[in-house]
Design a protein around this ligand. Structure first.
Ligand SMILES: Nc1ncnc2c1ncn2[C@@H]1O[C@H](COP(=O)(O)OP(=O)(O)OP(=O)(O)O)[C@@H](O)[C@H]1O
Length: 358
């Protein structure tokens, strides 16, 4: 027998959500999902009325759902946010050019302005060229450093007050676990402080720094996939052609297997994260300065992106990664079209099982 929605108690439940095991029908799920994002924004003061918000738009499921929900909330609560889609073109032929077409489609469907910034114009390098010099092993390290800065520079260009990215609860738990498993104490502390809202790299008022926010931080990947699926949102679900099987991939698989055994693993990691308090030494903010070459905010005299660019210009890209000790830190996407479809049916099956009582 099918279980009734635990909220409206009228329709049959379609999905099991959240930490408290709620079984929801589609309509109540939409309300739950949008309310969760809204509460995160309000409780953590992520966005202020009237602000220009750059939405980091990769064309993937997370940023597509983020753009869609922010647009809905903007209209529903009259926030007067000036929403923009901001995409970084890394110059990956056969991958980013295709996903940018999805972003362009979103631009038309959601009637939002789109600004595209490319590695080629910022660094004189495309990722295709980077890979042809350094190979496929550590290319994600370059891409991660360049992308972070490119998003900042793009947001600056369109005079945004804030940059919103589509990182979700699973992404955050994965990053914490990854840093813990690697013994990367500095990054672990930083991720704890970032999530607890106590990490600042700089005096924001001095540098007029664009805030970074994660409005989807309290929703789970499963919920995002199902929201996009129920709403029939168009997103690009192909794995980056340069994504090797990085260590992050192992952390992700481990987390997924934990979650299969015990469905609260991700939320428990996030709960633990919120309870961790670091001592004074660990919570010291990094001293920020302006890169003497490009003017970007950096913790070093010459920012990492400029250091990488110089090494590439000299044909020493591989050396640069070794020196910086930053192998494969950036996140790899493992999703692909068929996997995405499989995931929807897996989540549907899980929810159906859960929603049926014998
Ligand atoms: N090329 C890009 N242009 C603009 N924003 C990006 C780009 N790549 C990543 N982002 C932003 O960073 C977030 C996290 O990116 P990540 O590579 O981890 O992808 P993801 O978790 O698969 O997200 P998505 O499903 O949105 O691609 C994205 O949701 C998006 O907001």
């Amino acid at each position: 027998m099918k279980r009734l929605c635990s909220h409206c108690e009228k329709a049959f439940a379609n999905i099991l959500v959240g930490r408290e095991d709620k079984y929801l029908c589609r309509c109540c799920f939409y309300e739950y999902f949008e309310d969760t994002v809204h509460q995160t924004i309000v409780e953590e003061c992520l966005l202020q009325p009237g602000e220009r918000v750059a939405i980091g738009a990769s064309g993937g499921k997370d940023s597509t759902v983020l753009a869609y929900v922010l647009k809905i909330l903007n209209e529903r609560y009259c926030y007067n946010w000036d929403l923009w889609l901001l995409s970084v073109d890394e110059g990956i032929h056969g991958y980013r050019d295709d996903s940018l077409r999805t972003v362009e489609q979103n631009r038309d469907d959601y009637k939002l302005p789109l600004y595209i910034v490319s590695y080629n114009e910022l660094y004189d390098w495309t990722m295709d060229q980077v890979v042809s010099q350094i190979g496929r092993k550590s290319n994600c390290t370059f891409c991660g450093v360049f992308r972070r800065q490119a998003l900042d520079r793009g947001a600056e260009k369109i005079q945004a007050n804030v940059l919103a990215t589509g990182h979700n609860a699973d992404d955050i738990a994965e990053t914490v676990l990854l840093n813990l498993l690697r013994g990367d104490h500095a990054r672990f502390s930083r991720s704890v402080m970032e999530e607890n809202g106590s990490y600042r790299t700089t005096d924001e008022s001095v540098f007029n720094k664009i805030r970074r926010v994660k409005p989807l931080k309290q929703v789970y990947e499963k919920e995002i996939v199902m929201y996009a699926y129920f709403k029939k949102l168009k997103y690009f679900a192909t794995e980056c052609i340069y994504a090797p099987f990085a260590y992050r991939g192992h952390a992700r698989e481990y987390l997924k297997s934990l979650e299969r055994m015990r469905p609260h693993s991700i939320s428990d990691i996030l709960y633990s994260l919120s309870c961790i308090s670091l001592n004074k030494e660990e919570s010291k903010t990094r001293v920020a300065q302006q890169c003497i070459r490009c003017g970007s905010i950096s913790s070093q005299t010459i920012c990492k992106a400029c250091q990488f660019k110089t090494s590439l210009d000299r044909g020493q890209g591989v050396l640069a990664v070794k020196r910086s000790g930053m192998c494969s830190l950036s996140k790899q996407t493992t999703q692909c079209c068929s996997e995405s479809a499989e995931r929807v049916s897996q989540y549907e099956a899980d929810s159906n099982d859960a929603a049926s009582s014998s």
